[in-house]
Write a protein that binds this ligand. Structure first.
Ligand code: OAD
Length: 251
């Protein structure tokens, strides 16, 4: 597909754990990935939490302390710049680490929640932010009703937040260009988003040092780390866009 840059109005970005890898946050799969060393069934399911909330909270407390020592990298910062300059820009993330917000992104669709938010298991009030590392109370409880609190993240077997999902699919339906950055593209429904963009004729670009199931079907697969590839891609977009180049020319 050749699309004059001047005609690109609508851009969607989907990020996964790989975008935070260069900030020091472990990914889930691949070498050093969390799911290589921990069993998701023991730590990231509603059943695990019912069985042993203390153990699950220990794991989240550990991840919060690890992430709390990490800073956004050049890829996170590039997305902040894109948000401020592009006319219609939707930023969807599977990450719970909050690094997009810390970098300055203002409007991020968080499909899997956020590790810095807690919510009441009795559902008595809206989720609240607590950035304390370690948490003052383990396991933590709801300040309003005293029920057990849980991380405001999506666990395996749970539905994604409906409003986030609606926004994500709505934006993908309209987008002309989609960047898919640092995700193994294995976990649905997030992994369905680029497939839908492709079906609707969008120009889909993947940034990932490793091949994924998407790599052979996207228009471009840039095999570099995000903190290198994304700032370079964005500079080229800005520099060439005004001279009437096409998206394909930049590949
Ligand atoms: P994964 O750990 O499955 O995949 C991370 C991807 O990032 C891999 O494809 C790596 O090749 C790539 N990667 C590694 N370093 C990179 C770098 N510097 N730049 C760009 N890419 C890099 O993470 P996700 O796809 O995000 O769900 O995982 C999806 C979901 O599975 C997560 O949100 C989480 C997990 O279980 C929940 O917690 C619900």
């Amino acid at each position: 597909m050749r699309m004059p840059m001047g005609q690109v109005r609508s851009v969607v970005v989907l990020t996964g754990a790989g975008i935070s890898a260069e900030s020091g946050v472990p990914t889930f799969r691949g070498a050093g990935g969390l799911w290589r060393n921990f069993r998701a069934e023991d730590l990231a399911t509603p059943e695990a939490f019912r069985r042993d909330p203390g153990l699950v909270w220990e794991w989240y407390n550990w991840r919060r302390s690890l992430i709390g020592g990490c800073q956004p990298n050049a890829a996170h910062r590039t997305l902040v710049d894109m948000e401020s300059r592009l006319e219609e820009f939707t930023h969807i993330t599977q990450n719970v680490d909050g690094l997009h917000g810390l970098a300055g992104s203002r409007n991020v669709v968080e499909l899997h929640g956020n590790i810095w938010r807690l919510r009441c298991t009795a559902g008595c009030r809206a989720p609240w932010e607590d950035r304390a590392v370690p948490l003052a109370e383990m396991p933590p409880h709801c300040p309003s009703c005293g029920a057990l609190a849980r991380p405001d993240v999506v666990w395996f077997g749970e539905p994604l937040p409906g409003d986030a999902l609606d926004r994500a699919f709505g934006a993908v339906r309209r987008c002309q260009v989609m960047l898919v950055i640092g995700t193994s593209a294995l976990v649905h429904p997030a992994a369905s988003l680029p497939l839908m963009a492709l079906q609707r004729g969008a120009h889909v670009i993947e940034i990932n040092p490793q091949p994924t199931p998407l790599s052979t079907v996207v228009a471009e697969a840039i095999r570099e780390p995000a903190a290198v590839a994304l700032p370079g891609w964005w500079s080229a977009w800005q520099a060439e866009g005004n001279r009437g180049k096409t998206v394909t020319d930049l590949g």
